[in-house]
Design a binder for this molecule. Structure first.
Ligand code: HPA
Length: 245
């Protein structure tokens, strides 16, 4: 049975409840080790693969994730579609904590990350088209799943990918808002562009964990993020179940 899709789980989602685990597979890649073994499982009668982006014990910070190895590993297992779950900060008013959003654009503010497969031993230089960074087919499926599960899902949003691991200053968030960003997170890049380089159909479900810096309280606390992610990730699980049915 071929794998229906893969899920890359972010902060707050290191496993999928209801996933009947078949086996865990250690995959070695030319780019080093992925964040952990790939979990193969069945949910609602469908085969899926799962990988915890920050490791199963959540110890790999965003700038240290081996994005190339993670995506290469999934591709090498025959995966064609990827749903990336990502905790984010909300910048614009509709991006309230615990809400889900299916972003449609990205601005990349990261630096120093291994961000391409196309650099060594080339016979020609490759420039992928990245006008629309997320796969339309997977975005449509996620939005349909949201409707089917009666979830409050924001159907668009520009995702600011920041370097982390620190959160942003209030002035940085004000600048991101002026740039047109709705959400801020630390992992969409280079994950999305590497997926495109491999020809994977990749889209993301963002889970708002907090109001971004300067948008609400004086300080963002880890307790607040944790509490909002508990509710947000329950919504993600409902979305994933609806995606499968
Ligand atoms: N900024 C960046 N990444 C995040 C945030 C944030 O406020 N919350 C969760 N991930």
């Amino acid at each position: 049975m071929s794998i229906e899709f893969a899920v890359i789980g972010g902060t707050g989602l290191t496993e999928i409840e209801g996933l009947e685990v078949i086996h865990r597979e250690v995959v070695h890649t030319p780019y080093g080790e992925p964040s952990g073994p790939v979990t193969h499982g069945m949910i609602e009668g469908k085969r899926i693969a799962f990988l915890a982006r920050h490791g199963y014990t959540h110890t790999i910070p965003p700038h240290r994730v081996n994005y190339r190895a993670n995506l290469w590993a999934l591709k090498s297992l025959g995966v064609e579609k990827v749903v990336a779950i990502a905790a984010v900060g909300g910048i614009t008013p509709e991006m309230q904590p615990t809400r889900l959003a299916i972003p449609d654009q990205i601005i990349d503010y990261t630096y120093g990350r291994a961000h391409t497969f196309f650099e060594d031993g080339l016979t020609h230089v490759t420039h992928i088209d990245f006008s629309h960074p997320y796969c339309a087919e997977m975005r449509t499926a996620l939005l349909a799943a949201g409707e089917c599960a009666n979830l409050d899902v924001v159907p668009r949003g520009t995702y600011a990918a920041t370097q982390g691991p620190r959160l942003e200053t209030a002035a940085e968030i004000a600048r991101l808002e002026r740039d047109g960003c709705d959400l801020v997170g630390m992992t969409a890049m280079p994950e999305a562009s590497l997926a495109r380089e491999l020809g994977l159909c990749y889209a993301s479900c963002a889970v708002v964990a907090n109001w971004a810096a300067g948008k609400d309280s004086e300080e963002i606390t880890m307790d607040e993020i944790r509490d909002n992610l508990i509710t947000g990730m329950a919504n993600v699980r409902a979305l994933l179940r609806a995606l499968i049915c």
